[in-house]
Write a protein that binds this ligand. Structure first.
Ligand code: WQD
Length: 368
C-alpha cells in the first residue's frame, strides 16, 4: 500500500496466530500488504503439517477468508537467534507487535514469567528491528495502562498512565515507557501505541475467532462457552458497584474495528515519517455494563445464560471507557460495529467451531 511518497509492502506481525493478530492480518491482507507472522503458540492452537512443519490453523483460515497467503514462522521472541534468522529473510517495512501474555490473574501469580516474556521479548524484537534498519512500530497496548480512571471518563490519551495494579498491565505500561525513551534517544523510531479497550466478537465469516489454549477469564468467551453448554454458569463478579445496574462498565469493541484501526495506524506512520511516538485509544466511547452485555448476548443468540451473582473480583475497576475522538481526528478511524454485531459474530464463530480450531479432536497438537 502506498500514498505516493513511499511504498510499504511487508508487515511483520508478532503473535499473528492469536485472536487479535489473526483478525488484524485479515485487514492487512485486504489493504494490500504482505504479511510475515510469527507466534510461539503460548496461547494459540498449533497444527502439525507435512514433514512435521508447524502450522497455525487460525492463519490457514485467514488465507481461506482473503484468498491470500500468509508467511508464517514458529518463533518465540525470547529466542533471539531464531527471531533474527526469520526477520532478515524479508524486507520488513513495519512491525505490529501483539505477542504477549495477557491474563491479568495469571500475571499476579507468575510476575517473572510476564516480565521476561513481555518485556524481554519486546527488547529482543526492537534490537533486531534496529539491526535490520526497521524503525516503524505499531505496539499493541491496553487501556489498562491508565489504571483506575475514577470518574475521569470518557478517558483521553493525555490521562496519566502508570497507576496500574496488575503485572500484565504493568508490562504494557513499562513497554510504553521504554518506547518513549527509545523514541527520544533516536529519532529514527516512528511508533504508534494503540490502547485497546475490551476486544470482543469475531470475523463475520465465523472462520476465525477467539480460541485461547490457556485458561481464560474474559467475559465474552466465557459467556459463549456457558451458552453452548461447555461451562455450567457465568459468574457475575460484583453487583454492588456504583453503576446503574450495579455491575462493572467496560468499552467493548468489535475485533474487526480494532483490526481496521491497525491499518489506519500504518497509514499514519507512512504519511508522517517524523511522527516519532503517539498513543491512540481504540474504543467505541460507549460504556456497557456486564448485565447489559449478557442481556444483549441472550437476545441476539436466543440463549439463556445461567448466572451466579458473586462478590467483586480482586483488581477490577468499576468503569472504563474511551474518548475515541483523537483516533477519528488523526487516524480517520472510528469503531462502527454495534454491540449486537459483536455478540452475533462471536456466537457465529462459537457455534460453527464448538472446539475452536481443534476441530472435532479437542486434543492439542504440538510441534517438535
Ligand atoms: C470484563 C467485565 C468483569 C468475567 C482485561 C484486561 C484487559 C484485556 C481484557 C487483555 C468486568 C466482568 C468478567 C466473568 C464477570 N486483556 N466479568 N464475569 O478485566 O475488563 O480487561 O481483559 O488484552 O487488558 O485488563 O476484561 O472480560 O475479564 O471483564 O462478571 O466471568 O466483566 O468484572 O467488569 P477486563 P474481562
Amino acid at each position: 500500500a502506498n500514498n505516493g511518497c513511499q511504498e510499504w509492502k511487508t508487515i511483520f506481525v508478532t503473535g499473528g496466530a492469536g485472536y487479535i493478530g489473526s483478525h488484524c492480518i485479515v485487514s492487512l491482507l485486504e489493504a494490500g500488504y504482505d504479511v510475515v507472522a510469527v507466534d510461539n503458540f503460548a496461547n494459540a492452537v498449533e497444527a502439525v503439517g507435512q514433514d512435521n512443519v508447524c502450522e497455525a490453523p487460525s492463519l490457514q483460515r485467514v488465507e481461506q477468508i482473503t484468498g491470500k497467503k500468509v508467511t508464517f514462522y514458529r518463533c518465540d521472541l525470547l529466542d533471539r537467534d531464531r527471531l533474527s534468522e526469520v526477520f532478515l529473510k524479508h524486507k520488513i517495512d513495519c512491525v505490529i507487535h501483539f505477542a504477549a501474555m495477557k491474563a491479568v490473574g495469571e500475571s499476579m501469580q507468575v510476575p517473572f514469567l510476564y516480565y521476561k516474556n513481555n518485556i524481554m521479548g519486546t527488547i529482543n524484537l526492537l534490537e533486531i528491528m534496529a539491526e535490520n534498519s526497521c524503525y516503524q512500530l505499531v505496539f499493541s497496548s491496553s487501556c489498562t495502562v491508565y489504571g483506575d480512571p475514577g470518574n475521569a471518563l470518557p478517558i483521553t490519551e493525555d490521562h496519566p498512565t502508570g497507576g496500574v495494579t496488575n503485572v500484565y498491565g504493568r508490562t504494557k505500561y513499562f513497554i510504553e515507557e521504554m518506547l518513549k525513551d527509545l523514541s527520544l534517544a533516536d529519532n529514527k523510531w516512528n511508533i504508534v501505541l494503540l490502547r485497546y479497550f475490551n476486544p470482543v466478537g469475531a470475523h463475520p465469516s465465523g472462520l476465525i475467532g477467539e480460541d485461547p489454549t490457556k485458561p481464560f477469564a474474559n467475559l465474552m468467551p466465557y459467556m459463549a462457552q456457558v451458552a453452548i453448554g461447555k461451562k455450567p454458569s457465568l459468574t457475575i463478579f460484583g453487583t454492588d458497584y456504583d453503576t446503574a445496574d450495579g455491575t462493572g462498565i467496560r468499552d467493548y469493541i468489535h475485533v474487526m474495528d480494532l483490526a481496521e484501526g491497525h491499518v489506519a495506524a500504518l497509514a499514519k506512520l507512512l504519511r508522517e515519517p517524523d511522527l516519532r511516538l503517539k498513543a491512540y485509544n481504540l474504543g467505541t466511547g460507549k460504556g456497557i455494563s456486564v448485565l447489559q452485555l449478557v442481556h444483549t448476548f441472550e437476545s441476539v443468540t436466543g440463549t439463556k445464560v445461567k448466572l451466579e451473582l458473586k462478590g467483586r473480583r480482586a483488581g477490577d475497576i468499576v468503569s472504563m471507557y474511551a474518548d475515541p475522538r483523537l483516533a477519528l481526528k488523526e487516524l480517520n478511524w472510528v469503531a462502527t460495529r454495534s454491540l449486537e454485531e459483536m455478540c452475533k459474530d462471536f456466537w457465529n464463530w462459537q457455534t460453527k467451531n464448538p472446539n475452536g480450531y481443534r476441530g472435532n479432536s479437542s486434543k492439542l497438537a504440538s510441534c517438535k
